[in-house]
Structures are given as C-alpha cells and as structure tokens.
Ligand binder design. Structure first.
Ligand code: SF4
Ligand SMILES: [Zn+2]
Length: 215
C-alpha cells in the first residue's frame, strides 16, 4: 500500500506543470558558470550523478557538510520550478534537499558578481592555522576562523541573551532550538569585541548587539 501511494505521488510529481527555466541571455554570467550551464554533456553527467530529473538545470557542484555528522559531502546546486535548490547525500544519514534561493531570476542576477575579482581573500588574522586545519580534517571542524575561510565580517552580530519566550517562529537566532539560556558574560562580550577589532584591520566595522527578545 505504501509503495502504491509513493508511486502515485511520484507520477503526480512527474506530470505537474512546471515553471520554465530562466532565460539566461539577459545575464552577464562569469565564464566558469557559463561553462557549466551551457555544457550539455556536463549537465547530463551531473544530473545522473546526483539523481536529478532531466527538466532541471545544474548551476554548480560543490562540497557541503552533512547537517547531522558535519562530514564533507558533494553537493549540487540546481534550478527547478523558478527556484534554486541544493541537494546532498551523506552515506550515513541520507539525502537532504533544501531551498537555496526562492527566486531563480534574482539568483542569476546576483551570480553575475560571483567572479574571482569580487571573491574575498580571507581574513588577515585567523584564529587557527593550517596545521590545525589539516589535523582536524578541515572545514567545518577547524572553525575559528581558520586561514581557509574566504570572507571577512561585514556586519557583526553579537547575541547577548536569549531570555525570551523563545517561541517566535521567525527568530533568526533560532533561540528556541538552543533549549538553554545563552548569555555571555561581560568579559566574554569584551573578548568578542576585541576579536572583531583585530579582524577589522583599522576599517570601521558595523555591528549589532542583539538581545533576542520579542523582536
Ligand atoms: S572558518 Fe574555516 S572551518 Fe570554519 S567555516 Fe570557515 S572555512 Fe570552514
Ligand atoms: Zn552524515
């Protein structure tokens, strides 16, 4: 019975009318994206490798982490039904599929600036070194920031408490999931601020102190 229902669901899914793929001719996408998006052989190879249907468009393949065990696993980013999705499979914990961008047009618009000249060069003051990175099996276990991390902090946010009813469904800090009171001491907050100042290398860095509290 369960199999029949699953087969029926699959059939309905396969016959469902779909939004057409975005017309890419309006965007000046970096060459490395064009090479993937317009290469039919690569498209077919990756769809097969990641178990994707033929009507989707693969944007890129990369490496992500399993949300359960944090090990690095291959990931594919693809367009389907006017949105951008990512899919990854952990050999132990199964397949995960998440909405990446709700609007594919907007995603391609911003992708125009995902070129080497705009990509961050990493932080000048990492907290861990390459040796630590290698011995801890790399990202995300070497977090610190580590020297491999590309981006710098643009807007720093420091949570100073989650003493609220913790049930707001739009809580960006996901306070409810913590299940405990998070409240750094004044000394810890001072340490965070000093670390941020080290990172900023003389630039002024905007930051928010956030009390997660009925926002
Ligand atoms: S700091 Fe290093 S380990 Fe942490 S997320 Fe960035 S690259 Fe990964
Ligand atoms: Zn896993």
């Amino acid at each position: 019975m369960v199999q029949v229902v699953a087969a029926k669901t699959e059939l309905i899914e396969a016959q469902r009318p779909r939004k057409p793929l975005v017309n890419l001719s309006r965007f000046k996408l970096p060459k490395h994206y064009r090479n993937t998006l317009e290469n039919e052989r690569l498209q077919q190879m990756w769809k097969k490798q990641f178990g994707l249907p033929n009507h989707v468009r693969v944007v890129k393949v990369s490496v992500s982490v399993c949300p359960v065990c944090s090990r690095q696993i291959p990931m594919v980013v693809y367009e389907e039904d006017g949105a951008i999705w990512l899919k990854k499979t952990c050999p132990e914990h199964g397949t995960f599929r998440d909405l990446y961008w709700g609007d594919a047009e907007l995603y391609y618009y911003f992708l125009q600036w995902d070129a080497p000249e705009y990509i961050g060069k990493g932080t000048a003051n990492p907290n861990t070194d390459l040796n630590y990175y290698v011995t801890t099996s790399g990202c995300p276990f070497a977090c610190g920031l580590c020297p491999v991390h590309k981006t710098n902090t643009v807007l720093a946010i420091i949570d100073v408490t989650n003493r609220c009813n913790m049930k707001c469904p739009v809580c960006f800090a996901n306070a409810y999931a913590a299940g405990y009171v998070y409240e750094p001491t004044l000394e810890q907050i001072e340490y965070m601020l000093r670390t941020l100042r080290l990172r900023s290398l003389g630039r002024q860095m905007p930051f928010n102190l956030v009390a997660v509290n009925q926002h």
